[in-house]
Design a protein around this ligand. Sequence first.
Ligand code: SF4
Ligand code: SF4
Length: 168
Amino acid sequence: MALINFNKTVLHNLVSKPKTRKAEKEYPVGTRGHVENDMDLCILCGLCSIKCPTHAITVDKNEKTWSIRPMSCIQCRCCVDNCPKKSLSMGLRFQEPGTEKLTKTFKQSEKAIAAQEALMKAAKERAAAAAAAKAAAANAAGAPAPATAAPEKAPAAPAQATQDQNKE
Ligand code: SF4
Ligand code: SF4
């Protein structure tokens, strides 16, 4: 009897559909799978690191690197929403399981470094120009007389010259 039941079960399993579903290869739009960073845009401001509730993100400005510990990430999306350069996004694929708590480190791209240096240079130039303009304004306010006297004297010389020319 046991043998008959066994064969019946085997035959049933052979012809019936599986009771489980295959893992979906396509993730629905909006899935918070894992955090991705576009290192061409990241300026290493560190805001994502400050906002992350699990301290999964580390920013090293000296080494110009951005790191994430995927196993510590709870996919809350807080870093993505607070990134001022919109370099962060949520990838659809879920983080794969593993036996070690890895740290994934990404280097800031040359393009981003060059863009950041250009921005800093422009900011320094603007600051220097503003300081120079402020100093000039302060000088003008402190000594008004010489500034107004100079233009009055200037036309006198050509007038003298024309008088001399008339004499000749
Ligand atoms: S990912 Fe965004 S918030 Fe984080 S350091 Fe880069 S620019 Fe700043
Ligand atoms: S999604 Fe949330 S937990 Fe994950 S790195 Fe961003 S802020 Fe941290």
